[in-house]
Ligand binder design. Structure first.
Ligand code: AFP
Length: 335
């Protein structure tokens, strides 16, 4: 079953549905196929490497980042299926003010090419997206409030991973499904229906090189993961690609925990709430896992600004709960 066929079938479950959400998912699928084509030949053409400009986060933009960003914006604007977008690569949100787009009830947020520092070494990278129902008046241009909604109001979210194969994985409240790109027909086909994150995982994923910057609780949890305990199957395996989409894809399929905690240099962590943490939290919760910022549910955070950051602990219930207990204990000891 192709992505298009699947989204149409899902829409039929809701007689009142207009098909707009399905259309948006198909638009994102189309844009990601275009991005995938460029990613595949990144080493062959003059598209690989730094662009020279610096984005709003103060990071150097890569050429493929810009291509991915422009492609998503163009596809979503041309389709008139959404009222506006916000991108990790743009300072401000963009409203689509043509007569059809303003009638849409949805806005889309995305990180067009996450993990882009992995491009040069041929490691997996990805696109992360979120779809919200707008809170502004339909028929008028979208407003900043449309993009500052907590993750618990997401309608759909997911990612595309450009890895050994290209996959789109997305979640709605109905569940999580994965589609693999079949290159010979150029279609995403349902390959991983009704994905569930294993309740118990044995892999921890973190930039362990930052250990000296973590607080007591975090360091104690890492020691716990590394300690031997035959009955509990420890030490746990450590895997870290440094590309959130790739690390989260493994966490979803195999179970485990992915963490980007606060540290001495990044008191709010590194990852962006609206572009990375919320969509992954929505997806992992829909798959039966949990996601916290160390104190509460990621999805319940009220965003204050478009590009804010949040610590994240996400994945299988057993490991996330264990990590959180260590973090809390560390905070209690520190007072
Ligand atoms: P880049 O897009 O700059 O490669 O950053 C990727 C990322 O935002 C996320 O995908 C990774 O999980 C995380 O940063 C890796 O950060 P560290 O390099 O600090 O471990």
């Amino acid at each position: 079953m192709t992505l298009d066929e699947f989204t149409i079938q899902e829409t039929r479950k809701f007689p009142q549905a207009t098909g707009e959400l399905s259309a948006l998912l198909r638009d994102i699928g189309l844009a990601s196929k275009m991005i995938n084509k460029q990613v595949l030949k990144a080493g062959l053409v003059d598209i690989l490497g730094k662009h020279g400009a610096t984005n709003v986060q103060g990071e150097e933009q890569m050429k493929l980042d810009i291509y991915a960003n422009d492609t998503l914006i163009a596809v979503l604007q041309n389709s008139s299926d959404c009222a506006g977008i916000a991108s990790e690569e743009n300072d401000e949100h963009v409203c689509f003010s043509d007569e059809f787009s303003v009638q849409s009830k949805y806005v889309v947020l995305f990180d067009p090419l996450d993990g882009s520092s992995n491009i040069d070494v041929n490691a997996p990278i990805g696109t992360i997206f979120s779809i919200y129902r707008r809170v502004s008046e339909i028929g008028k241009p979208c407003t900043p409030e449309d993009f500052l909604q907590p993750g618990n109001r997401l309608m759909a979210a997911g990612y595309v991973i450009y890895g050994s194969s290209t996959m789109m994985v997305y979640a709605t409240k109905l569940g999580v499904n994965g589609f693999t790109l079949e290159p010979s027909i150029g279609e995403f086909c349902l390959s991983h229906p009704d994905l569930k994150c294993p309740e118990k995982g044995k892999i921890y994923s973190i930039n362990q090189g930052n250990t000296s910057k973590y607080d007591e609780g975090m360091r104690a949890f890492l020691n716990y993961c590394m300690e031997s305990n035959k009955e509990e199957g420890r030490p746990y395996g450590h895997r870290y690609i440094g590309s959130m989409v790739a690390d989260m894809h493994r966490t979803l399929i195999k179970g485990g925990i992915f963490m980007y905690p606060a540290d001495k240099s990044n008191p709010k962590g590194k990852l962006r709430l609206q572009y990375e943490c919320n969509p992954m939290a929505f997806l992992i919760e829909a798959a039966g896992g949990i996601a916290s910022d160390g104190h509460g549910r990621i999805l319940d955070i009220e965003p204050k600004e478009l590009h804010e950051r949040s610590p994240i602990f996400i994945g299988s219930k057993n490991l996330v709960n264990k990590a959180l207990s260590f973090v809390k204990e560390g905070e209690a000891v520190a007072g």
